[in-house]
Design a protein around this ligand. Structure first.
Ligand code: NAD
Length: 336
């Protein structure tokens, strides 16, 4: 049976990497009816809105979307499409698996962790005020409801994926009330999951530990701001934003996306690396129950990367997006 999935190709390199991923998924035998919708600048030209209602309706109906990067013009009254999507669909959990890929150079090997970031509150509520000229206050909002919800998500994810330890990251020694509430919520939820180990680390120490002994971490649970920063730190441990996947998940809908941007400097040149969006698409396939094709594609990507003969420029090779995609498709066919 065909899966109906919303496809938001994005702009910049988005259409190129999306087309590559669609081709690879088809090569693995997954039948998908893609419902294509534009967001951002491309959508404004068509519908007057960066986040058209038709797109939101499509994701709500299909419950699953694959999204390429979307440019957010600086300072022109544009709100970020990504933030808009998260709010509109209540995608409260940001999930970022961080692990080494064969053939991808990185400072560490043996890294295998998942970063779970709360996506809806904290300093991202955007509540800032100039109280008197020269004095600005930004409000950090932490609620028990959102903290318990994200903690429960992290523990459930650990149980469902055979992970053994959750580390809650905080700064409750200074932000005693806000981060204190986040921690109390996490501790309460931890009691519901006696088989999963639970510990806590202060965010500055956690950052040091991450760049000294990343292999000690399994699942990291963080409020929004620390989660944003630590997610990119995590990507840096295994080769950068070009090779890590990401997903934003809610109770009803899930949006799988590359975490890198639209790379306007290389757009249209057929040199972008589609691996990050492809790995996000593999998370999506597993999410919709297509585990076997996801494993087949992962095997093919791993072999192409490990062989090192068809790498894109960002990984030190000379292959085009098309040549890299051809190589992955060739590996899939060779092993089917
Ligand atoms: P970027 O990630 O687009 O680019 C940073 C550098 O990485 C560039 O040199 C680029 O060429 C390179 N790069 C990124 N992805 C690559 C890929 N797949 N293959 C090869 N090289 C790649 O970051 P930026 O330049 O800060 O942002 C550009 C635009 O993207 C901005 O408008 C920003 O708002 C937007 N953005 C969107 C998302 C998203 O939609 N999820 C995320 C981040 C940034």
């Amino acid at each position: 049976m065909a899966h109906r999935i919303t496809l938001i190709p994005g702009d910049g390199i988005g259409p190129e990497v999306s087309a590559a991923v669609v081709r690879i998924i088809e090569a693995a035998g997954v039948v998908v009816e893609w419902e294509e919708h534009h967001a951002g600048v491309r959508a404004v030209e068509q519908s007057g809105s960066t986040l058209p209602q038709a797109l939101l309706d499509s994701v709500t109906a299909n419950r699953v979307a694959l999204k390429g990067p979307v440019t957010t013009p600086v300072g022109e009254g544009f709100t970020s499409v990504n933030v808009g999507l998260r709010k509109a669909l209540d995608l409260y959990a940001n999930l970022r698996p961080v692990s080494n890929l064969p053939g991808v150079p990185s400072r560490f090997q043996g890294v295998d962790m998942v970063i779970v970031r709360e996506n809806t509150e904290d300093l991202y509520a955007g509540l800032e005020n100039e109280i008197v000229p020269g004095v600005v206050a930004g409000l950090k909002i932490i609620t028990a409801t959102a903290s318990e919800r994200i903690a429960r998500f992290a523990f459930r994810h650990a149980v469902d994926n055979g992970r053994r330890k959750i580390t809650a990251i905080h700064k409750a020694n200074i932000m005693k009330q806000a981060d204190g509430l986040f921690l109390r919520s996490a501790r309460m939820v931890a009691k519901e999951f006696p088989d999963v180990k639970y510990d806590e680390k202060i965010v500055d120490n956690a950052c040091m530990q991450l760049v000294m002994r990343p292999e000690q971490f399994d699942v990291l649970l963080l409020p929004n701001l620390y989660g944003d920063i630590v997610s990119d730190l995590g990507a840096g441990l295994v080769g950068g934003l070009g090779v890590v996947p990401g997903a934003n998940l809610g109770e009803r809908s899930a949006v799988f996306e590359a975490v890198h941007g639209s790379a306007p400097d290389i757009a249209g040149l057929d040199v972008a690396n589609p691996t990050a969006l492809l790995l996000s698409a593999l998370m999506m396939l597993r999410h919709i129950g297509e585990r076997t094709p996801a494993d087949v594609i992962f095997g093919a990507v791993s072999r192409v990367l490990a062989a090192g003969a068809t790498l894109t420029r960002d990984l030190g090779g000379t292959a085009s997006t098309t040549q890299y995609t051809d190589a992955v498709v060739g590996e899939i066919h060779a092993h089917r």
